[in-house]
Each structure stands twice: as structure tokens, then as C-alpha cells.
Ligand binder design. Structure first.
Ligand code: MSP
Length: 550
């Protein structure tokens, strides 16, 4: 049985409402998921929310409501965002659910019994803002802790630690091995280098200082999952948040022998490993170090380690968009103003995957008007209009007589043929497989530009006035070629612009039995000549009305 393609996003903190950065990550994963469905694969797309922790507890206290109630409200906003953005996930992770808690506790209990988790007392300087003990490495050149750490106090506290540092050499080996095998743990390359350098720096002196603190005393934080072996503590962040990627994918604990990877249920193993889409801020140390080492410690073999696709940030005025910096853009407002497709398109075309970009509403409008309204929308509209005007009963005709024609238009039409379309589709695939979504967007856009050029050159409005068999053949042929290319364009834009792709198919009166369903689109159908002779198209409906800016 072919494996399911498993893709996840990070889970989103429920301490405040979603912003455009979160929308970006969801859409990026959704586009990749849709592309794999387009290729005919079975897909499991997991996204969701991270509901425990200090920040949530504090935000709830500030709002004057119990944390459980507080996270319910914010979680709903992330669900609403996914829906409004046409993000089609298969499973929604909520870390307060019993199903998740059971897995977290099972894993902690097992690692405790195996001696991978131990209790220790730590005394030292503690950053209240960042909620962590600081070491000398965090001191600036002046010997002081910088302002980024906020209030720093001396603290003595008992906690539980996970033996992270003893897995350092394994992790270095994994990174190198996977690179050699051509299946890197981290994409893009420069982020892998960043991870490798960070792993090198993990101190080897197997003491608590280089291990990972995984608990908080309940006296300080009680909004978390209680440790199964000590009811005075909750687990802090890592084992709670990171394990969502398996707990919501049918990973099972409980049976004494469920730990070896091969003892996991088929339902889990047929999906895992996942492609994990995360931002650059949570590669080191969270996903690149802690997560991979946790998986290793609970028995996942090297070939079952996930792949991390690390994207950059949407900035505003050069700084990362974040609630605390007060520079967020509300995606709901943009969707209400311009539509989901417009926002999806902007987020997928004005940034290179892996790099940062500056968000600009002006650019969003510019790209919408240029690529969607003037290009794709205009092509669909004029094509359907011309077919209605010049072809009896809106009926497309395939003509075979074109090859003999000496007209320059015939030459242009030859480029919209089997070979050329196959080439565009292969470039599209190459870019999508390399996660270069903005590059892949270029293929349907180029086809559209070409078609609009053909229309200008062929001038069907003149051909229709000429008598003579050749003009008639040319006119019929131009309209067939453009309509058929439009069908292929719809398939290629469907991962990024699902609404518009449906709109084009509806207007072409194509695959109406699957109207509104994603199965309507298949990459195997992006092949020249599928619209049959005599096919009757529908009527034009504007897809992307121009946004007037003055
Ligand atoms: N809950 C943690 C992740 C769990 S594992 C420790 C978290 N949550 S978050 O809400 O802060 O961020 C979730 C994702 O959104 C991260 O991948 C992060 O990079 C991404 N983004 C948050 N702001 C962003 C931008 N301004 N731009 C692009 N993505 C960014 O971290």
C-alpha cells in the first residue's frame, strides 16, 4: 500500500489571536498538501494549537478568565482562520485533549523508568520573561545579562531533567548521514548548517546544565500536564508541545511493548515520518534538537526521523510580526477585504520559501491586480465571452487543419501543444517538489500571459469578420487552444487558488459532477487535449474584480 504523505505545521500558541505569520504557515502547508493530493497521493495534514504554558496562564489571568475558558476562545479563532483561508486539514491538534495527555504521560513515564529523566536541583540566574535559567553564555561582553532577558533573579529550584546531551553525537551523525543520503533532515541547506553548529555547541559534560529542564513546580505553573511520577510538577513545554505531532497521528502508549517503533499501530506507521513546516525561530533548539532527540530516545529509528521545512518570517517594517512587538496584521481583515484567494496568492508569491519578506498591503493589491485580475481573470473572462460570441451554441471544435496553415497565429498555437504544456507542467512539478511555491506560480502565470498574447495577435474579433475557410479554422482553433490551456492553468493554480480554479472549471463546464470538491483536480489531467470536440462551455463570471486603489 502506498504511504500516506504526512504534513504538519507548528502548533500555535493560544495566548493571543492569529496574525498573518500564522496564516502564512498554514497556507504554505495547505498548498503542499493540496499539491500532493493533486498528484493522487493520500495526504494527512495536521495542524492545531498549543494550549498550555506560562504565557497562556498569564494571558488568561490578565483577561480574568480561567485558562481552560481562555484557550477555548483563542483556539476557535485559529479554527476560524483555517476555515476562512480554505486550509483543509485532516486533524486538528489541541494539547488539552485527553488523547494527547495520555501520550505525553506515557512517554514521560517510560523515559523516567529508563533513567532518561532525573530530578536535580538548580541554582542560578533566571530570566522571568524568557522563563529559563541563564548561563554565562547568555552574558553580554560587559558580563551582564542583556535587556532581552527582562528581569533576572537568583533562584534555586528542583526540577526534572531529560538527558539531552548524551544524544549529541547521535544527532550530529544523523544530520550528516541524511545529507549524504540526499534526504536532509532540514531544508533549506543553510538552516541545516545553523542546526549543525548549534548541536556542536551542546556541552558534553553530562550534567543538568547541558540537559533539558522539562518541568515546573505546580506552585509556579499549574496550567500544564501533570508529571505521571510526581504530582507536584507539570511538564513544561517541550514534551507537551512537540509530541502533538505523533499523538494526533495515532501514536499509541500504554502497552508495555508499544515503545519499539515497529510495535506502533499500522495506522501510525503508514503515515509517519512527517514533513514538518516550521518557522526559523523554532528550529533551534525546539524542533532541530529537542524533538529529534525525544524521538530517538523513544525508539524511532533514524530512517523514521521527520524532515523539517523551515520557512522565514513575514516582517513589518523590518521587524518580525508579533503581538508583543505590537506590529501585527490581522488576516481576517484582509480576507474580508480581498478574499481568501487574494491573501493566499500574495503569501505564496511574494516570499521565497526559507527567506523573510516584508508584508505590504500595497504589494498584495499590486500583485492581485497584475497577476490575478489583469492576467488570469481577464483571460478566463474574455475567452468565455469570445466563445459565446463566435462559436455556435458555445461549442468548442477541435480542428485538424491547422498544421498546414501558414498563418503566424498557427505558429503561436503550436506552442500550446502537448510538448510545450508537458514542459510547463514538468517545471511546475520541479518547483513544487523543491517547495519553491513562488517559482511554481510562475508557470500558470506564464501560460496565461502567453494566451493573452495569442489573443491579441490572433484578434478573434477580426477573424470573425473574415469569410474564407482558413479564418474560420483559425478562429475555432484559437478558441479551442485557449480554453484547453485555461483548463490546464486551473489545475496548476488549484493548490494556491482553489476558489478560482473551481470558478474556471465551472465556467468551462468541466467535471461538473465533482463541482466544489478537491478531487476535481488532478495533475494527470494536466495533459493537452482533454476537452473533447463538441464540448459546450458555460458562461463567464468575473473571477477577480480589479481592486481600485485611488
Ligand atoms: N507553540 C510554539 C511551537 C510549538 S513547539 C515548541 C510556537 N507557537 S507560535 O504561535 O509562536 O508560532 C507558530 C508558528 O508560526 C511558528 O512556526 C512560527 O515561526 C510561525 N510564525 C509566527 N510568527 C511568524 C511570522 N511573523 N512570520 C512567519 N511565521 C511566523 O512557536
Amino acid at each position: 500500500m502506498p504511504k500516506t504523505f504526512f504534513i504538519t505545521t507548528a502548533i500555535y500558541y493560544t495566548n493571543s489571536s492569529p496574525h498573518v505569520g500564522h496564516a502564512y504557515e498554514m497556507v504554505l502547508a495547505d498548498v503542499i498538501a493540496r499539491y500532493h493530493r493533486l498528484k493522487g497521493e493520500k495526504v494527512f495534514f495536521l495542524t492545531g494549537v498549543d494550549q498550555h504554558g506560562q504565557k497562556v496562564q498569564q494571558s488568561a489571568a490578565k483577561a480574568g478568565v480561567p485558562p481552560a475558558e481562555f484557550v477555548k476562545g483563542i483556539s476557535q479563532k485559529f479554527v476560524d482562520l483555517a476555515k476562512k483561508l480554505d486550509v483543509q486539514y485532516d486533524e486538528w491538534a489541541e494539547t488539552i485533549s485527553d488523547r494527547h495527555k495520555k501520550v505525553v504521560r506515557g512517554i514521560l513515564q517510560r523515559l523516567f523508568e529508563e533513567g532518561e529523566i532525573y530530578k536535580n536541583k538548580q541554582a542560578g540566574y533566571y530570566s522571568v520573561r524568557q522563563e529559563q535559567f541563564l548561563t554565562d553564555k547568555e552574558r553580554g561582553p560587559d558580563g551582564k545579562f542583556g535587556p532581552e532577558w527582562g528581569e533576572v533573579e537568583f533562584r534555586e529550584e528542583e526540577n526534572y531533567y531529560f538527558k539531552l546531551s548524551q544524544h549529541k553525537d547521535w544527532l550530529l551523525g544523523l544530520i550528516d548521514k541524511r545529507r549524504k543520503e540526499g534526504k536532509p533532515v532540514v531544508i533549506p541547506d543553510f538552516r541545516e548548517t545553523e542546526l549543525r553548529n548549534a548541536v556542536e555547541k551542546i556541552s558534553d559534560n553530562r550534567q543538568s546544565g547541558s540537559d533539558l529542564c522539562i518541568s515546573r513546580p505546580k506552585s509556579r505553573l499549574d496550567w500544564g500536564i501533570e508529571l505521571p511520577f510526581d504530582k507536584d510538577f507539570v511538564t513544561y513545554v517541550w514534551f507537551d508541545a512537540l509530541t502533538n505531532y505523533i499523538s494526533f497521528a495515532s501514536y499509541t502508549v500504554g502497552e508495555a511493548d508499544s515503545f519499539p517503533y515497529n510495535a506502533q499501530p499500522q495506522e501510525f506507521r503508514e503515515k509517519w515520518p512527517a514533513l514538518q513546516v516550521i518557522g526559523k525561530d523554532i528550529l533551534v533548539p525546539a524542533h532541530g534538537i529537542y524533538w529529534l532527540i525525544i524521538l530517538h530516545a523513544i525508539g524511532f529509528p533514524d530512517e523514521q526521523m521527520p524532515q523539517l521545512l523551515v520557512h522565514g518570517w513575514w516582517n513589518l517594517g523590518g521587524a518580525k510580526m508579533s503581538k508583543s512587538a505590537g506590529n501585527i496584521i490581522d488576516p481576517f481583515v484582509l480576507i474580508d477585504k480581498y478574499g481568501a484567494d487574494a491573501l493566499r496568492y500574495y503569501l505564496m508569491s511574494d516570499i521565497a520559501t526559507g527567506k523573510d519578506a516584508d508584508f505590504s498591503e500595497e504589494r498584495l493589491v499590486e500583485r492581485y491586480n497584475a497577476d490575478l485580475a489583469n492576467n488570469i481573470g481577464n483571460l478566463a473572462n474574455r475567452t468565455l465571452n469570445m466563445i459565446g460570441r463566435y462559436l455556435p451554441d458555445r461549442q468548442l471544435r477541435r480542428t485538424g487543419a491547422l498544421l498546414e496553415s501558414q498563418s503566424p497565429v498557427a505558429g503561436l498555437l503550436h506552442r500550446l501543444s502537448q510538448k510545450e504544456i508537458a514542459l510547463s507542467v514538468s517545471y511546475f512539478k520541479r518547483d513544487m517538489d523543491g517547495f519553491d511555491i513562488s517559482g511554481a506560480n510562475g508557470m500558470p502565470i506564464n501560460l496565461t500571459l502567453y494566451c493573452n498574447g495569442v489573443i491579441e495577435e490572433a484578434a478573434p474579433w477580426n477573424l470573425s469578420k473574415q469569410s474564407g475557410a482558413e479564418s474560420k479554422t483559425l478562429l475555432t482553433s484559437v478558441l479551442y487552444h485557449i480554453a484547453e490551456t485555461l483548463r490546464i492553468i486551473a489545475i496548476l493554480i488549484s493548490p494556491v487558488l482553489p476558489k478560482a480554479a473551481h470558478g474556471i472549471f465551472d465556467q468551462l463546464n468541466w467535471k461538473m459532477e465533482l463541482s466544489g470538491k478537491e478531487e476535481r483536480f488532478s495533475l494527470a489531467d494536466a495533459e493537452w487535449g482533454k476537452l473533447p470536440d463538441g464540448h459546450v462551455v458555460g458562461k463567464p463570471v468575473p473571477l477577480f474584480p480589479r481592486i481600485e486603489t485611488t
